[in-house]
Every structure is written in C-alpha cells, then in structure tokens.
Design a protein around this ligand. Structure first.
Ligand SMILES: Nc1nc2c(ncn2[C@@H]2O[C@H](COP(=O)(O)OP(=O)(O)OP(=O)(O)O)[C@@H](O)[C@H]2O)c(=O)[nH]1
Ligand SMILES: [Mg+2]
Length: 466
C-alpha cells in the first residue's frame, strides 16, 4: 500500500508553505512575506511515533504557466497523451533556468503525488490563473483546491466559480487558523478523491485523533504535576549566629521565585513539545508570554480567580487548612497589592509568628525562622499558602494549552497570556479545586490528589478542541 503524498502548488506567496506547515505539523517549514521564498520542492513527512502517515511536498510557485501550457499544447494532440506530455516536459526541461520553478513543482506530481492547489481568497480571480489550473488538469492526478483567505475572504465566491470548473473539490481553508477538526476533515476528503489512499488516510485520521487525546492527557498530568510541585515548594537557608537576616530573606525569596518561574516555563516547554512545537521558544515574539511575569501579582485576578470568586472558595479551602474564613475577605489588605517588594518587607511580621490568615491574600509565602540544634537558625520561605497562587498557575497553564490547541504550525505570531480562562470554570469546580490545592499543600495523599487534579485539567484541555 503506497503512502499518500500531496504536492502543495500555486502562485508564489499564496500560503503554500503555510499549508504544508499546518498539515505536516512542522514549525520548521520556511514561511516568508516575500514572494518566491520557497525555491525548491521539499518533502515534509507527517509522522506519529516514527510512523509516516502521509507526506506534504512544499514547492515553488508557478512563474511561466502560460508559456509552459503553450509548450505542452504544441507537443500533444489528444487528452490521453497529456499526463505523458507533462512527464516529458519535466524530463526535458529539468536543469534549465527558464522553467526551473515549473519543473520543481511538477516533478513530485509526475512522480505520483496528489495535488493541493492553493489560491488567496483576498485577491480577485483572473483568467491568468487558468493556464496553471489547466496544466494541473493535464497531470491527471487526484486534486483539490483550497481558498486561503490570507487577508480576508472577499473574493471567495468568484474563486469558487472559477476553481469549480477545474477541481471537483474546492474548500475554504485558512492556512494559519484551520482548527484541528478542519485539518482532519481535509484528510478524509482527500481519501474520498482517491480510492488508493482512502484506507491510509482514514487510518491517519484515527491515529491523529488518538494522538490528540494522548496529548491532552500528557499535558494535564504535566500541568497537575507542576502545580503540585509549586504548592509544596520551600527554600531554606542556615543563618549563622549574628548574621543579619534581611539580605538572606531577599535572597531566599528571590531563589523561591526564580525556581517557580523556571518550573512553570519548563512545564510549558514540555507541553509545547507534546504538541510538536519545537521552535516557539526561539521566536522573539514569544517573549510576550515569557514577559507576563508569574509574580506580577497585579495580574493575578486575571489569570487566577477574581476577588469575589476567591471569597466564594475561601471557605472550602480554609476549613482544611484550619485557617480563618476571613482569609481573603479582609478588604483592608487591599488584595494582592504589590509584588516581591511588599512580600519581602512585609515578612518581618511573619517571622515573629504573629501572622493572621488574612495575610496570605497579599503574600506569596511566609518566612519561618527556627533554631537548629547545632547552633544558629534556619530561615525558610514557603510553601505558599496563598489561595490564589495555584489558581494563577492553573489559569496560565490552561491558557497556554488553549493557545497551542488553537494554533497551527504555520502561525509564527506571539502567544499572549491575556484572557481570564478560569472565570469560565463554575463555582462548584472552583471549590473542588480549592480543596484539592489545600490537600496537596498539606501533603495529604498527594499522589491521589494530583491524579484528581489532572483529571479535572483534562476535561478543560479536551474542551479546547470543541
Ligand atoms: N494571516 C495570514 N497570513 C497568511 C496566511 N497564509 C499565508 N500567510 C502569509 O502570507 C505570506 C506567504 O506565505 P507562505 O506560506 O510563505 O506562501 P508561499 O505560497 O509558500 O510563498 P512562496 O514560497 O514565496 O511561493 C506569509 O507572510 C504568510 O505569513 C493565512 O492564512 N493567514
Ligand atoms: Mg513557500
């Protein structure tokens, strides 16, 4: 059984490489705003666990379609000889500069690839496209046409009418925005066009669906693991007798913060790998996401829970912690004011042990000082008892996951953490989360609780595809 191969062809700068990147799920495909960026035909196999499901071939755009068609027409008198005429053309003109791009793009087709013809729905249809569509028809291979609305879909209807005369199947397909379901639909569609490939493509759709589910499972357990680790994390340091405490406090708080930031990033990288994004971290735009600092507490109400929602869940978490129910209700604290500066300077009270539960609302964690038998003292910081902190981590992780799900491998733009996802989670689920967080924090059957958390996260991850 031969594996399906598709050559993606069309004029320069119509999104051919973008379609290859999206359908082959490969963010290393070169995409550029300048026309003529793809110079050579190149195959990109779509693989799952090392098994190739199908192959996309990226090609340069048509340059001299009219001339090529003239040559073809002069060499062939009836329709039965047309595919052979195209093969002869490629054989005869390969290596010649004049028809370099046409030979590059036609070669994979004469070698057996199916045709995906790409046009831009934001540019008007014109008779000058007919020559290239006619050449493709001469190839006698299964084919479909995709209208890629690069800037808008203004000319879609025109295109449908024009393309419909050359291609039996015409679809609107946004190279940068096509969701996962739409990609699968396209594969199934191609299967219907060519009986030889039907079985392989049907199987590809099944493999990809199963893989997607696994991706959500892997991501949710990574996210749950990251949150559990963050909740129980603590840093500590010995303070020899007579050493001033303040510089050590700042250093400890910094170490705490840096470790949490690093772990959150590490979790993101892992989830990105799961979704086959290998180059995201190299894109300078991605800094938009990295800049959305985890400890920018002013943003915590956006990523985590709002004040009102926090108040609603405080009771369920407080009961387990044994903390006061007023934990986050005290308006006088001003909520999550200030960042690390407040945290370090405001920590003096915590050391004397007189900290009330309400303080957790605007602190990430607390300092503790205790004597050690060998002399001197041990200063520790963490674990965090801030009620919102795990919600913030969860909100950010879910948002990151959703951005990846809705992204294609053609999209090279930034990932911005600027939506409040957790506001969509209902009250009872929030209370359940608050309880789970409190239990994990308290170290009560942590493995079980983490698995429960992962199961909740999985539901939301799946929903990102809906
Ligand atoms: N917003 C948006 N931009 C797109 C879309 N498809 C392509 N582009 C942009 O259009 C430009 C050309 O995209 P490519 O995928 O490189 O086009 P191509 O047909 O491979 O171009 P050549 O290789 O030069 O023939 C790039 O700047 C893309 O970012 C789309 O669906 N949406
Ligand atoms: Mg290209």
């Amino acid at each position: 059984m031969s594996l399906p191969v598709f050559a993606v062809v069309g004029r320069p700068n119509k999104g051919k490489s973008s379609i290859v990147a999206t359908l082959a799920r490969d963010d290393s495909v070169y995409i550029d705003a300048r026309a003529g960026s793809t110079r050579q035909a190149r195959a990109f196999p779509m693989q799952v666990d090392g098994q190739t499901l199908y192959t996309l071939v990226d090609t340069p755009g048509f340059q001299r379609a009219r001339e090529v068609l003239d040559v073809l027409q002069a060499s062939c008198s009836d329709a039965s000889g047309r595919p052979q005429a195209v093969r002869d053309f490629v054989a005869r003109h390969s290596g010649q500069e004049r028809f370099r791009d046409e030979c590059e793009l036609l070669r994979p087709i004469v070698e057996g690839a199916g045709i995906i013809y790409v046009v831009d729905g934001s540019c008007p249809f014109g008779a000058d496209y007919e020559a290239e569509m006619e050449i493709l028809r001469w190839c006698g291979r299964p084919s479909l046409a995709l209208i890629n609305p690069i800037d808008n879909d203004e000319f879609t209807e025109q295109w449908q009418a024009g393309l419909g005369q050359y291609f039996r199947t015409v679809r609107l397909f946004n190279a940068h925005r096509a969701e996962f379901a739409k990609q699968l639909e396209l594969l199934a569609l191609f299967g219907h066009l060519d009986p030889d490939w039907q079985q392989s493509l049907q199987q590809a759709v099944e493999v990809l669906r199963a893989e997607r589910e696994q991706q959500h499972r892997d991501s949710s357990s990574m996210i749950a693991g990251m949150i559990a680790a963050a909740l129980t994390f603590q840093v500590s340091q010995k303070i020899p007798e007579g050493t001033p405490g303040d510089p050590i406090k700042s250093a400890l708080a910094l170490r705490y913060r840096e470790t949490q930031v690093r772990r959150e990033r590490q979790c993101r990288r892992q989830v990105e790998e799961v979704f086959h994004y290998h180059n995201l971290q190299r894109s300078e735009d991605v800094l938009a996401l990295e800049d959305a600092d985890l400890f920018q507490m002013d943003d915590w109400y956006l990523w985590g829970l709002s004040r009102t929602s926090l108040a609603a869940v405080a009771g369920s978490a407080g009961a387990i912690l044994g903390g006061g129910t007023g934990m986050v209700l005290d308006g006088a604290t001003g909520g999550l004011l200030g960042g690390l500066g407040t945290l370090v300077s405001g920590a003096a009270g915590a050391i004397t042990g007189g900290v009330g539960a309400w303080r957790y609302a605007d602190e990430i964690a607390q300092f503790r000082l205790k004597g050690i038998p060998t002399g001197g003292k041990q200063l520790s910081y963490g674990p965090s008892r801030n009620l919102n902190f795990p919600f913030v981590l969860l909100g950010r992780a879910l948002l990151h996951h959703r951005l990846l799900c809705q992204r294609t491998h053609a999209d090279r733009s930034n990932l911005a953490l600027d939506a409040d996802l957790l506001e969509q989670v209902d009250d009872s689920q929030r209370r359940k989360l608050a309880r789970l967080f409190a239990q994990i924090r308290a170290g009560k059957r942590e493995d079980e609780r983490r698995a429960e958390l992962a199961a909740l996260v999985l539901q939301w991850c799946r929903a990102h595809d809906a």
